[in-house]
Structures are given as C-alpha cells and as structure tokens.
Design a protein around this ligand. Structure first.
Ligand code: CAO
Length: 417
C-alpha cells in the first residue's frame, strides 16, 4: 500500500530526541529520511544509557526507526560539497542544533534557499526570538520555561517535571505538523519556507489550560476546582500546583486501590463527572448524596471535594484498579487505572494496534518500541529498525548523488564520510 509521504525526501540533521522524534514520524508516514551523522561518532544518543556494550542504545533505536544513516563531516570542504548536493535533492531539512551551529557550518537559511528554493527548513530551538534565543536547551529546561514545572506537583512540594517528554517529543510533534503544512503550501507556491518550533512555545501550548487558569485567577481570586479552595487556603498571584486535580471542569483525583500498600501503582484516576453523580453515589454506597442538597450539585460539592474523594477512596480500596475500572465503566463513570510501564509493555490492545511493537535489530536482537500513535487508514506504518551508523552512506552517495566507488573510497580514506 502507498504511504502518505511517498516521494518526500528528508535531510535529517537532527540529534538527541526533539528533532529525531519529528523525523521518525515523517519516516513512518512514508518519507525517505536520510539522517546525516558525524563519522565515527554519530548521534550522541547512540552511546547514551547503553544496556548492551557496543550496541546502539534503546534511546537511539526508539527514536530513529525507518531512517537511513549517512556519515558526513559537514565541516570539511568536501563534506560541505556533499551536503550541498543533498540539500538540492531533498524537499525537507530538519535540524535541532544549538542556535547558530548551521550558520557557523556555512549553511544559513539564505544559502539553503540559493541551493534549493523549494526547501522546507524545519528547526527546533529551545526558545524563539528574544532574550534567551542563543541558549541551549534540554527537555526539563523546556518543561520549566514553558509553564509545566510551576504547575505540576503538589502545593506543598517543589516545582516538578513530568515523565512525559513534552519538551522533546512534544516539540517534535509540533514540528512535524509544521513540516507537512509547509509542504502543502509549497504545492501552491512552489516555494519552501522556514518552520520553527521552539520548545518553550510547544510546552506552553500543551499547558494552555494553565494560562486559562492564570486569567481566571486574576479575575476572580480563586479557582473552585483546585484543592486549595476545598482546603480554604489562600490563592497567590500565580497558578498554583494542583496535585492530581483534573485540569477541566469535572473534578478528579488519583485514589488508592486494593494492594496500594505494596504496589506503587495500585491507584485509579476517578472523575466525579456531574452527569454520572447519581451512579457514583450508588456504586460507593452513598445513595443519599444523590438527593442531598449539600451534595447533589457540582457547586455544593466543590468545597467538599477532599472529603468526597476520601469517601470514594474507601470504596476503591476494596477493589483492584482493574475491578474498579470494570465496575465504574458499567455506569459510564470516567476513570482509568494507573498503569505501570510493565503493564503497558504487555497490554494486548496496544500490541494489537501497533502502538507497542517488537522490532528486530541486527545487533541488539528484539526490542520493544512505541510505534506510530497516529493511525492513517490508507497509510499504515510498519516500524523497522534504526540504521547502524553510516549504514547507507555508499548507497545514498552513489545512487542519489552520483558519486563513483572511487570518489567514495577517497572520501572514506580522508575521513570525510
Ligand atoms: N559534521 C561536523 N560537525 C557536526 C556534524 C557533522 N555531521 N553534526 C554536528 N556537528 C557540529 C555542529 O556544527 C556543532 O559545531 P559548533 O559548536 O562548532 O557550531 C557541534 O557539532 C555541536 O552541536 P550542538 O551544539 O548542537 O550539540 P551540543 O551537544 O553541544 O548541544 C543541544 C546539544 C541539544 C543542547 C543543542 O543542540 C540544542 O540546544 N539544540 C536545540 C534545542 C534542542 O533540540 N534540544 C533538545 C535536545 S533533546 O533533549
């Protein structure tokens, strides 16, 4: 079956996580992604957090599947010539070097446009234009500067970063959308353009509801769904950390389930959706709350959320998280077990849908990875292994760029490739 991005060629000049997560998506949608890496070294993540000596790490293999790898010293004059040819042959270039690195290499946006006016040139940077634009940034820095850390965690604890890589893979997703949108516009204009996804901006986009709350707080001085309200605590002048409170208008919390004393993940997320308040009362054995004016409306419940959740927890503690899930779903009560990575890795539905996939790597053997979470009915994703360092150098230089075997050998001898 054909793929959505068949015929699109991507010069992948990315490393670590943010950029590679973008180009991996493009590869899964069918683009020919050619990853350019430094000879002998490659993407730094090949060697980071290794679990098998001498073999590409899971960090690398799980972010670079379905790509080709070419080694090229792009600071060497001959290497620059090869890069120029590659730029002419590609539709998209994606990079996430430190600010200014491409310019220092001699490949400014102006130069790239001279070489290929149709080029869609996509970049991840830590910050957009402004006081911090020259700064290097990693995941947790972006979580701190984009509003995630100040709004995550419990009110009596420090700012907290999330396990979800919203700064890196979150920005990669944003960038991928920018790339395909620019490709779409190029169909009409015949011209490429620059696409920039700053990590701070991407994280803020994912924290949109917290900027909503900042403005609500400034207008009203309180937010009734936050635990601070039920506790009668003063709100400050900035959005506080809300623990496990739901980010929407339906109050929720994480509650203990049977076995919580020994299992750190024996918990369930429980949402007291107003529409199903009556069934909630029935399930937890508090039928009288359904009609009691002190509990029957959302407004009446908000100041009592802490004690309401404590009462519901008395019930959830008598069930495993899966038993509670089964019972609550019969009544359409929105809830979800806290799943450990071990449980997720073995989840039959995620395996079935291709979101958890087993891949065979020539050096490491079989390993699990997260497949394409975006499902296109007419462009299915087959997840392949990541390339070995320079695995496709000869193939790309000869078949795509027209170099002879002698040229290639000479460049190898001079460590250009
Ligand atoms: N041939 C020759 N040189 C190469 C090369 C190649 N194939 N590929 C990269 N280089 C060079 C770069 O040109 C750069 O050289 P200069 O410093 O002389 O300009 C050098 O390698 C280092 O690149 P870098 O500065 O991007 O890498 P770093 O490890 O120092 O910094 C990071 C890493 C991620 C902090 C930085 O790249 C960055 O801030 N990127 C933008 C934000 C981002 O994507 N962060 C997410 C990372 S995932 O958590």
């Amino acid at each position: 079956m054909s793929k959505a991005l068949d015929g699109v060629r991507v010069l992948d000049f990315t490393h670590v996580q943010s950029g590679p997560s973008c180009t991996q998506l493009l590869a899964w949608f069918g683009a020919d992604v050619i990853k350019v890496e430094r000879p002998g070294v490659g993407d730094a993540t090949r060697a980071q957090l290794r679990d098998i000596p001498g073999v590409d790490s899971l960090y690398f293999t799980m972010l670079n599947s379905n790509k080709r790898s070419v080694t090229l010293n792009t600071k060497d004059p001959k290497g620059k010539e090869v890069l120029e040819k590659l730029i002419r042959e590609c539709d998209v270039m994606v990079e996430n070097f430190a600010p200014g690195a491409l310019d220092r290499m001699g490949f400014s946006w102006e130069r790239i446009q001279e070489l290929n006016p149709k080029m869609v040139m996509a970049s991840v940077k830590g910050f957009g234009p402004g006081q911090y634009e020259d700064c290097k940034v990693y995941e947790n820095v972006a979580q701190c500067t984009g509003g995630a850390a100040s709004t995550t965690g419990f009110a009596d604890g420090p700012p907290t970063v999330s396990g979800a890589q919203i700064g890196d893979s979150g920005t990669g997703l944003h960038l991928a959308l920018g790339v395909v949108t620019a490709l779409y516009q190029a169909k009409a204009t015949g011209k490429g353009q620059k696409v920039l996804a700053p990590m701070q901006d991407a994280v803020l986009n994912l924290c949109r509801v917290k900027l909503r709350d900042q403005q609500r707080l400034e207008r009203t001085g309180e937010m009734k769904e936050y635990p601070q309200y039920a506790k009668g605590e003063e709100f400050g002048d900035a959005v506080p950390r809300a623990g496990n409170a739901s980010g929407g208008g339906q109050p929720g919390w994480i509650l203990k389930c049977k076995g919580w004393e020994n299992d750190p993940n024996a918990y369930i997320y429980f949402i007291t959706q107003a529409a199903v308040w009556e069934p909630i009362c029935k399930v937890i054995g508090k039928e009288e709350w359904a009609t009691d004016p002190g509990y029957a409306t959302l407004e009446a419940r908000l100041p009592k959320l802490e004690s309401i959740f404590a009462t519901i927890e008395e019930w959830t503690k008598t069930k495993t998280k899966f038993e509670a899930m089964d019972i609550l779903n019969k009544y359409n009560i929105p809830c979800g077990p806290v799943l450990s990575m071990k449980e997720i890795a073995n989840d039959p539905s995620l395996r079935e849908s291709g979101t958890i996939v087993e891949v065979d790597h020539p050096e490491r053997g079989k390993y699990l990875t997260v497949g394409n979470p975006i499902k296109l009915s007419a462009s299915p994703t087959e997840v392949g292994p990541s390339p070995l360092l320079g695995e496709h150098t000869d193939e790309v230089l000869s078949a795509l760029l027209g170099y002879s075997a002698e040229d290639i050998e000479a460049m190898r001898a001079e460590k250009v490739i």
